[in-house]
Write a protein of this length. Structure first.
Length: 593
């Protein structure tokens, strides 16, 4: 809807000033099957963090590889694959890396360019498995920094050795960081960090310098916020529940703690979704309100020993440098208490009293682990952009926007709650309309309601639907649609096309629209890639649906049940009677009750 696919585009030859680029062109001209055909070449970029230096490195690599891919007359650009702010010690969360390997297996790429081995992988197992797979499918890879190319046999042993060195380097760095931290912890040395009730000191004397030479920024108390912290402890020790404390603070207009990095990312997602939903409605985007205090925030304040002026060190640790998973320290490593580390807000006696009360119900105020529901993560409030939460009713599950009063007593969003039965009805109705599951015109009668609510279909209803669909089976059409979508996957090439071929969007006011379009497509492509495996499983399931009177019922049960996330990216809820379903192919269906 936003872009045009550019297939088999051959760019006019233009020499690069960069000598490495010229050498790479010459190398690949000799490898392009003796100049008898074109090869499809992709580049892979990875930066491990989101700081400014890494951002600049990413942009330079993107510009360099983009020019290299476009100006070689013997290549067809397959696009630039990338992972931003992701470690290379594991491929689990590297969406771009996994897409690159998958497209190589699918025969969409003949050659890969990468800055260095460490950018490609720091895990020897992943590295060697990737090289073996690429070799099996006839894909070569060139590492520019090491000047190594799998098209040359002599490079194989060297690459295996350097891959092991890269992993050992990552392990060594991780061990050195852990060793250094534990040495500091033993001396009571640790950084201060942003915490509600405090602010960093300014000026020449804003640092604490230890005898060892280690220094960290001092913090000072913000009296207005400190009064709120004392109020929380006082009300909790008087017997008030955490949710009641949060409601009281919200009613009194007390500003909640500033959002952390994760919250800011969620806010960007909210803003993006609200803008998108407004564009679908052809209306102005709605303002996103602050969330206010919640019971979880109150619990975090009550469990924070730093409000006493002390700092408990090594509460968390990284168990495995390969996956960087942070775990709570439950006795695996020693912990250290640094007393009088910074100015306190409450007394140690008050804190210990709160801990005794919390210990009577340690899970109180914390979010519990819930099983994944079929609609979890895809129901989105079209007014404030937050994902709907679920609450168990007496006879049915109720979904609601957490920004409403039901969550913490603060009315931020006025959207209404909706039953799970209604959600299933609306998604089924949208599926009927979007995929033309039946030639039967849906009427507002009992038989239609039975179909859309997922109730047992009567024999005549089944016969009526199957009779109308005899010229084109809906299951076969759905299989064909999914298979085609899985094959047509050129996000990286489309991204380069948008940046290169739409210069009219770079001028004046249109620059913001261009960036907005590009940002949306980045989100969409990432969402689609994240559900790729789900669609593969949905295809396997569709092929097992047997012929017969229950064929339509089984299709609907799976499409709006266990396989819904293979088909639906999000369901925007404007009201209990108006939904907007965003499908995997970037189309939308608006349905009303």
């Amino acid at each position: 809807m936003y872009y045009t696919k550019a297939k088999n585009v051959i760019y006019e030859k233009t020499p690069l000033n960069d000598v490495r680029g010229e050498n790479e062109m010459e190398r690949n001209e000799s490898l392009s099957t003796e100049n008898r055909g074109l090869i499809r070449v992709a580049a892979y970029i990875r930066v491990s963090s989101e700081n400014q230096a890494q951002l600049e490195s990413f942009e330079k690599q993107e510009t360099y590889f983009g020019e290299l891919l476009e100006r070689n007359p013997g290549w067809i650009s397959a696009g630039i694959y990338f992972d931003y702010g992701i470690s290379a010690t594991s491929k689990k969360k590297r969406t771009g890396f996994k897409r690159l390997l998958r497209h190589c297996r699918e025969g969409k790429i003949d050659r890969i360019l990468c800055k260095s081995i460490s950018r490609f992988a720091r895990n020897t197992v992943d590295f060697m498995e990737a090289l073996a797979m690429l070799k099996e499918h006839g894909v070569t890879i060139f590492f520019e920094k090491e000047n190594l190319d799998t098209a040359e046999r002599v490079s194989a042993f060297i690459l295996a050795t350097l891959g092991a060195i890269a992993q050992e380097e990552s392990r060594s760095i991780s061990e050195n960081i852990r060793w250094g931290k534990e040495k500091r912890y033993r001396k009571g040395e640790d950084q201060n960090y942003a915490l509600y009730g405090y602010r960093f000191c300014e000026g020449m004397k804003a640092y604490t310098v230890m005898e060892s030479g280690y220094r960290y920024k001092k913090i000072e108390v913000i009296e207005k916020e400190a009064a709120v912290v004392r109020r929380i402890y006082r009300e909790f020790l008087s017997g008030m529940k955490m949710v009641d404390i949060a409601e009281g603070l919200n009613r009194d207009g007390v500003q909640a703690p500033a959002k952390n990095v994760i919250a800011r990312k969620n806010r960007r997602r909210q803003e993006q979704y609200v803008d998108w939903a407004a564009e679908k409605e052809d209306s102005e985007p709605k303002a996103i309100g602050e969330r206010g205090w919640t019971a979880m925030m109150i619990g975090n304040v009550l469990r924070m020993e730093r409000y006493t002026g002390d700092a408990l060190l090594q509460k968390f640790y990284v168990a495995d440098y390969m996956n960087h998973k942070v775990q709570r320290n439950r006795g695996e490593l020693p912990q250290y208490l640094s007393q009088n580390h910074h100015p306190g807000i409450i007394s140690r006696e008050t804190f210990r009293a709160a801990q005794r009360l919390l210990s009577e119900n340690p899970n109180y105020g914390r979010s519990s682990v819930h099983r994944e529901r079929r609609f979890s993560g895809i129901l989105v409030c079209a007014h404030c952009g937050r994902h709907y939460h679920v609450r168990n009713g007496e006879n049915r599950d109720i979904w609601f926007c957490p920004s409403t009063k039901r969550h913490n007593g603060r009315v931020i969003c006025s959207n209404e709650r909706v039953s799970e039965e209604t959600v299933a009805y609306m998604v089924r109705k949208a599926a009927f309309e979007r995929f033309r599951l039946s030639a039967v015109v849906l009427q507002n009668d009992r038989r239609t309601r039975n179909i859309l609510y997922g109730r047992n279909l009567m024999g005549r209803e089944i016969q009526r639907i199957n009779h109308q669909n005899r010229d084109g089976d809906c299951v076969d059409r759905m299989i064909a649609r999914l298979e085609l979508f899985q094959e047509i996957d050129y996000a990286e090439r489309d991204r380069m096309f948008i940046r290169k071929e739409l210069p009219q969007l770079r001028d004046g006011k249109a620059v913001g629209q261009s960036e907005k379009m590009e940002g949306y497509l980045e989100w969409y492509w990432h969402a689609v890639e994240g559900t790729f495996d789900r669609r593969e499983k949905a295809l396997e399931w569709l092929k097992t649906i047997s012929e017969g009177s229950e064929r339509m019922e089984e299709l609907l049960d799976g499409l709006t049940g266990r396989h819904i996330k293979a088909f639906v990216l999000s369901v925007g809820i404007y009201s209990p009677s108006r939904f907007l379903v965003h499908w995997f192919d970037d189309t939308t269906t608006e349905v009303t009750l």
